[in-house]
Design a protein around this ligand. Structure first.
Ligand SMILES: [Zn+2]
Length: 229
């Protein structure tokens, strides 16, 4: 017997089989493929076991993890070199928003969409007070071009009351409106809902309001005259 020592025999076998595998690579691959096709259940079990072992090693072995990360980084770099991204040319904010919406429509579908909606809702509820402040700030910036700080300044300046009728915010159902000039966009002050409507109905025209005041006075005078007679 040439290999009495089992260790030497093992080493020889290992070497021989690796040479054989290398020589008959395609044959062996075909054999494996055939076996996988014929034993799908067994193959699935083995594959899952291998994946689990790999994941465990990734979690526990820092050296292996670094190796995997370096490999994937290099792979990604090579892929990007071969498939460069088209240059991003977005003319306007609106166009970018439109692209964003289209992307979301395409990708957030079915379960993904449901998950996204649920996640956003949960986040909003968890950080409700912060979300409300942020939302209000964004709304004010977008609609009137002022920040929440500026709004609070105006609020303090008016002692929390409507600039026309003097009704306090605590007695109103809605937050006070930011009254602004529709021509120059200048901010005039904070108004309650009804006073805001009032200005809207008379198209911000002081002459109309003046006439309305005169009209009311004359009516009241007629009434009082009639009473005295
Ligand atoms: Zn008012």
């Amino acid at each position: 017997m040439p290999y009495k020592d089992p260790e030497v025999r093992k080493a020889h076998l290992r070497e021989y089989s690796s040479i054989w595998y290398y020589k008959n690579k395609e044959k062996r691959a075909a054999q494996i493929n055939l076996w996988q096709k014929n034993n799908p259940d067994k193959f699935k079990v083995i594959r899952d076991r291998k994946i689990a072992a790999r994941k465990l090693r990734y979690r526990t072995d820092p050296e292996y993890r670094a190796k995997v990360l370096a490999y994937s980084k290099e792979k990604h770099r090579k892929f990007r070199l071969a498939n460069p991204n088209p240059p991003r040319v977005y003319q306007t904010v609106e166009e970018r928003r439109k692209r964003c919406r289209e992307w979301a429509k395409k990708h957030y579908v079915g379960e993904r969409r449901e998950y996204q909606v649920a996640f956003s809702k949960a986040y909003r509820l968890k950080n409700l007070s912060r979300w409300k402040l942020k939302h209000k700030d964004q709304f004010l910036r977008r609609r009137y071009g002022i920040t929440l700080e500026k709004y609070n300044e105006l609020f303090a300046l008016q002692n929390g009351c409507c600039a026309i009728c003097g009704l306090h915010q605590s007695k109103q159902q809605k937050a006070m409106h930011v009254d602004h000039c529709h021509k120059t966009s200048n901010i005039r002050g904070l108004l309650c809902n009804l006073c805001n409507w009032l200005l809207g109905w008379c198209k911000d025209n002081p002459v109309v309001i003046h006439r309305a005041v005169e009209y009311l006075h004359s009516q009241n005078k007629e009434l009082s005259d009639a009473k005295t007679v």
